[in-house]
Design a protein around this ligand. Structure first.
Ligand code: KG4
Ligand code: ZN
Length: 360
């Protein structure tokens, strides 16, 4: 056994097949096989295609992660695996692989909640002390969590329909930009006029920090169609103006709802004033700037993990597995794959299930 423990992590809950080796806060290796091209023609992740691709690649991901960490399986102390929430076929691939490795080696098996992996990443990257407020914002998730410990989370709000990444991707499709939508919409927005179209900010007029993005998407469709009806198509400038208007609406929704979430978090006078954002959408410069400014205004420490650890990866699963192991969690071969697994069992259920599986 090494001190701190050396953990092999496995992740396959959505469209990335990943394995990593982490020792304490050091990422010894992190391998991610994406599936973007496999799903490109379908407008979203196709669960059956994802599951098959995970099954084909998961052994290879583990082999490569061990090789690049220059370790053998025998030198690993424990095996952590995402056991949910996510697309069940994919989660099963990871869980079966991890169980096989645990059974063959006798190493402890630790089932990790994918969302806990994201939520604990600021501790891996920045050693952010508990408690802190986290905004998890990606193609599949959008929620505010007060993170109090490795297995203690309070969800104080989230999307009631689409996740913002999904909305970026759909918007890109609507206005004729390639996938993934987020970076392309951001690029187009740079030369656009965000004020040209009157786009809604759903739920901003309601108290609390739940969010909604599907009305915004419908408004985008209408705006595009009205230009199309007028001119018979949309120009590059129209595209830029639509992208800028959409991005500004998302910035406004996320910053205002984060302002309210921060107020709720700070109300309890936490021993630390910390805020972290994670998920693919956290790559967006305008969103990041809005959140960073908000934290500066409230004297809250702002943390955003580097992008490769912000998006889906297995290092976060290995790290979270290590933290849970430290609290005494060990699973056995009855560990099951769970399509839904809310981090906060007491919070009301989030509605809907996005293109990337269950939201919680
Ligand atoms: O966390 P992630 O890699 O995967 C999951 O969704 O689990 O997030 C991917 C999402 C996609 O929807 C993508 O369009 C969005 O993050 N994204 C962005 C940006 N880069 C990626 N959204 C807005 N602006 C960006 N620069
Ligand atoms: Zn994720």
């Amino acid at each position: 056994m090494t001190d701190p423990l050396t953990i092999l992590g496995i992740e396959s809950s959505c469209d990335d097949t990943a394995a990593a080796v982490v020792r304490g806060r050091t990422v010894l290796s992190s391998v991610v096989f994406g599936q973007t091209e496999l799903h490109a023609d379908f407008g979203g992740v196709v669960p059956e295609i994802a599951a098959r691709a995970h099954a084909e690649k998961i052994d290879l991901a583990v082999e490569q992660a061990l090789a690049s960490a220059e370790l053998t399986l025998a030198e690993v102390d424990a095996i952590a695996v995402t056991a949910g929430p996510g697309l069940i076929g994919g989660v099963l691939s990871g869980v079966m692989c991890a169980k096989g490795l645990a059974a063959a080696t006798g190493k402890p098996l630790i089932g990790v909640n994918h969302l806990a992996g994201h939520a604990l990443t600021p501790r891996l990257t920045d050693d952010l002390p508990f408690p802190y407020l986290m905004l998890l914002v990606s193609g599949g998730h959008c929620q505010f969590l007060i993170v109090e410990g490795p297995d203690s989370f309070r969800r104080i709000g989230g999307t009631i329909d689409d996740a913002p990444g999904e909305a970026f991707d759909k918007t890109a499709r609507l206005i004729g930009l390639p996938q993934p939508g987020g970076p392309n919409v951001e690029r187009a927005a740079q030369s656009g006029d965000a004020g040209r179209f009157a786009l809604p900010r759903p739920l901003l007029d309601r108290p609390g920090c739940d969010m909604s993005f599907s009305g915004l998407k419908t408004a985008m469709l209408r705006a595009r169609d009205s230009i199309g009806a007028e001119k018979g198509g949309i120009t590059e400038q129209d595209q830029a103006d639509l992208a800028a208007g959409f991005q500004q609406a998302v910035v406004d929704i996320l910053t205002e709802k984060t302002r309210r979430a921060l107020a709720i978090y700070l109300e309890d006078k936490p021993v630390n004033r910390g805020f972290a954002v994670a998920g693919g959408v956290a790559a967006n410069g305008a969103i990041r700037a809005g959140l960073q400014q908000l934290c500066a205004n409230t004297e809250t420490v702002f943390t955003a993990p580097p992008l490769d650890l912000c998006t889906d990866n297995a290092a976060m699963i290995a790290y979270a597995g290590g933290a849970l192991h430290g609290m005494g969690q060990v699973d056995d071969l009855t560990l099951s794959a769970r399509p839904r697994w809310p981090l906060d069992q007491t919070a009301p259920a989030l509605l809907g299930s996005g293109k990337k599986g269950a939201k919680a």
